[in-house]
Design a protein around this ligand. Sequence first.
Ligand code: FO1
Length: 314
Amino acid sequence: MEVRPITVLAGGVGAARFLQGLLSVVPAEDVAIVGNVGDDLEVAGLHVSPDLDTVLYTLTGWIDEKRGWGVRGDSDRALERARSLGAEAWFWLGDLDIGLHMARMERLARGEPLSTATATLAERLGLRAQLLPVTDDRLRTMLQTPEGELDFQTYYVRRGHRDRVTGLRFDGARSAAPAPGVLEALREARVVIVSPSNPLISIGPILAVPGVREAIAGRGGPTVAVSPIVEGAALRGPAADMLRSLGHEASPVGVARLYAGLADSLVFDSRDAELAEAVREAGLRPHVTDTIMRNPEARRRLAAATLDAAGAAR
Ligand code: FO1
């Protein structure tokens, strides 16, 4: 398999928006995406991969922009029927989205690995970037909270990420193998980008797969991370509170410390410009720009600035 020039580590919504910007400045054929599967779950026997699907729907124009996930304009007749028949159905699945899960599940049930099933769905939806789940093995993010240990979607969706997180565990990670092509994509790409996703629960599960961290740390070429934290807050989701409750600084400096030894540069928001020296002290070259991805033009500019930070010719 030919290795693409750019590999991006991706979580969900933030990563998908960043990638949308990236694909407006480089050809999609130049990009490989290594996606998080720690958020995956089974709903009524169907395997759902929310982060892979968010990337897939965003890059193929199907995404519900307002929510950031799911299919634009999707109906929920199946879900309503299930509820009317006594199902709890707390995880919202639209009708068109269920169709995708059925197509994926059919392949998984035949014994196809997740990476192959994902490649087929991506191709059928017209995605020209390569979308690789970090592993084909079962890997699940588990969070310790005062309510006990919760699986990711119970914490995030069912309980609305209101619980204080006191610990994290990536169930299955230690015995998981990188999916075919993942290590090559990380080692041999000209540039690796860590997208503006939660470093603990979106990028963390990717790095927890044996060999992944080593492949990135051992690279000859540049690795650039983008901070999802601006002025002590996350652009979306519980990243800031979680960083704090797990003993990290909720700032680009905290993010830089988490990526020290892995990335050589950190792109972060101009509003945090005064932290440049502290980011440098953490071991990453600081690059300050506007990181709020409010529209396609802002996404394009952030992607371009990130490539500039990598010293990549465009
Ligand atoms: N997020 C929610 O807040 N509520 C939902 O019911 C929900 C359903 C859902 C279904 C498919 C999908 O691809 C994503 C979905 N998400 C939902 C988003 C998802 O839980 C999170 O955005 C990610 O897992 C965090 O990156």
